[in-house]
Design a binder for this molecule. Structure first.
Ligand code: ATP
Ligand code: MG
Length: 377
């Protein structure tokens, strides 16, 4: 282990400045700025086609950079060949050599680099141990499970002792249970090795659980960068609000009116009291999008006077909690609620209440969160 603790050097950060990718006249990544700190685990997340893989491949050197600057470990590497960038990439399709056993697969890169035999043997043992592959070193890939194969692919990356790990959807070929298990393993591995990592996924749960910081991408641009909880509690816009969190944040189109105590969101004859913030007070008369997380709405029955009325369509009980699927203003509205001691009450849900400070208000046109609404963790 001592050898691996040193992996990464002193300042193995990755810096992207105005990074652009164009295929001919078509630009797909529009100038991305990102500063990944040494030892940080950063996850790029966003819908299919938003430019995650392209960005990662530019960092790896597998795609030419059309414009902007890329620095790894303080060195400008735009024109440095992939093998000289000191990065190792793990892909979704982990293409192992079928005729080589696990030890030989892990050792492959070292052998090419003419690493001495004894060193190779020692490193394969060490990495095999870290990844729980010690008992499988003699096996061929065909005789391994999907998760074990993925671990071999990671082993190949680890023995290279790169400054930076790059992952492109490494778990998406695995079934749900294995994915959850491998996700935890990757997190543990990162804690143990402390290597700067950039991880691409379209799965927001993977992003939330793995990341020190999440980068939400959309259409070749960065929408927001922050810790998982920062993005969950304080999304900068409706895109981030809708993308992170499952089920997603409920959105209601409303007008801001002046209430007795301060600003109120009004829609279809119903009202939600808002925080008395200047940005909301100044928005009286405007159309906004009101965002309420399924976790923050409190389900109530018809006797609650200050409730927002909803029409419940369906209740999904998932054990200790339930998802109440309802309709509000013709759009779906979901509440996540506890079931313990509540089963009978679930049948009488007629609406919800919500604390003013848990309601997010976004500009109805731009989708940007109105300023000053900060939720602390
Ligand atoms: N060789 C190419 N020529 C033209 N356009 C391309 C090429 N490769 C990728 N693109 C386009 O670039 C955009 C970004 O692709 P990219 O593979 O980075 O998306 P992604 O975010 O990784 O999506 P996914 O989640 O589906 O993997 C897409 O619109 C894609 O069609
Ligand atoms: Mg991709």
């Amino acid at each position: 282990m001592a050898g691996f603790a040193k992996t990464g050097g002193d300042m193995s950060g990755v810096n992207l400045q105005g990074l652009v990718k164009a295929y001919g006249a078509v630009q797909v990544v529009h100038g991305i700025d990102l500063d990944v700190q040494e030892k940080e685990f950063v996850v790029l997340v966003g819908p299919s086609g938003c430019g995650k893989s392209t960005t990662l491949r530019m960092i790896a050197g597998l795609e030419e950079i059309s414009d902007g600057d890329l620095t790894i470990d303080g060195r400008h590497v735009n024109r440095v060949a992939p093998k000289d960038r000191d990065v190792a990439m793990v892909f979704q399709n982990y293409a192992l050599y079928p005729h080589l056993n696990v030890a030989e697969n892990i050792a492959f890169g070292l052998r090419i680099r003419k690493t001495p035999k004894d060193d190779i043997a020692q490193q394969v043992q060490e990495v095999g141990g870290i990844l729980g592959l010690t008992d499988y070193l003699e096996r061929r890939p065909a005789d391994l499970s999907g998760g074990q194969r993925q671990r071999v692919a990671m082993g190949r990356a680890i023995v290279r002792r790169p400054k930076v790990f790059l992952f492109d959807e490494p778990l998406s070929n695995l079934d749900a249970k294995l994915r959850t298990q491998m996700r935890a393993e990757i997190k543990r591995l990162h804690k143990r090795l402390g290597v700067t990592s950039i991880y691409v996924t379209h799965d927001q749960v993977e992003a939330m659980t793995l990341a020190d910081r999440i980068v939400v991408m959309h259409d070749g641009r960065i929408e927001q960068i922050g810790t998982p909880m920062e993005l969950f509690l304080n999304p900068a816009n409706t895109f981030v609000a809708g993308f992170l969190g499952a089920p997603p944040m409920n959105m209601i189109t409303a007008q801001i009116v002046a209430g007795d105590q301060g600003p109120v969101a009004e829609f279809g004859g119903q009202r939600i009291v808002l925080q008395p913030l200047p940005s909301l007070q100044n928005a009286v008369g405007k159309t906004v999008t009101v965002g309420i997380r399924p976790e923050f709405a409190k389900a109530v029955d018809d006797s609650q006077p200050d409730r927002v009325s909803i029409e419940v369509d369906l209740i999904e009980t998932l054990g200790s909690e339930a998802l109440v699927h309802a309709t509000l203003q013709g759009a779906p509205f979901v509440i996540r609620t506890d079931t313990v001691g509540q089963m009978e009450a679930l049948g009488r849900i007629g609406g919800f209440t919500v604390d003013a400070h848990l309601v997010k208000v976004f500009d109805g046109e731009t989708g940007l969160a109105l300023p000053g609404q900060v939720l602390n963790q």
